[in-house]
Design a protein around this ligand. Sequence first.
Ligand code: PEP
Length: 259
Amino acid sequence: MTLKPLVVGNWKMNHDYVEALHLTQQIGVVLKNKAREHVDIVVAPPFVDIRSVGSIIESERIPISLGAQNASMYDSGAHTGEVSVSMLKRLGVKSVIVGHSERRSIYGQTDEIVAATVQTVARNGLEVILCCGEGSEVRESGAHLEFVRGQLERALLGFDKKNHSLITLAYEPIWAIGTGETASSEQVAEMMSYLQAFLGERGMSETRVLYGGSVNGENAGALVTDGRAGGFLVGGASLKVESFMAIIEAVDDCYSRSR
Ligand code: PEP
């Protein structure tokens, strides 16, 4: 079975709720004029925008789903500044990005926190977009495959097998995030095969594996056809309707041709 590809827009700390509403409406208009039936689409706005973005998605019946950029590993209680998975779920969030390299490097998200968050998200029935990826030093040393395997083994430690279908992986080499230096199709293809084998060993072959790192409308097609990416996690290019839709269109084209 070929899994439908997924494109996730990670808006990071961009767009206040008014800008977020505007962008969501623009996406809705484009999709109304031309549906992209071969691709699933998620947008992950800042927490404070989620309610309004969710309302527009629902009222205008926009065929995209709502994601969050992070969530607490705790269920509730004395955790000042945190947002729980159940609160997100109540707002219509369907998936949560976990272990993004910015959370790991700037906010001290350790492998243990990543693993606990993965479990909390899945226990609440939401999908997990689990990020992994090496820095440039690891890539230059040639240890990128083992490094990513280690990250994933630690992130999935103690994960309940019955929730495997809730996992999507996002391979995001840190040196490619926000730098304009996209990984080559060969580099992506190597990692995709490695991760498919890793998932196969765990009985998780029906898991989507995305690529993230300076994806745009020009490189997206090759990263799918030659790099064999199962979709993308997109930062910068998801902030404007034209650049986000160009990626979605490229992915949709690749998959509609392959049918
Ligand atoms: C990201 O932060 O997940 C990302 C892939 O960013 P960008 O597309 O801007 O490289």
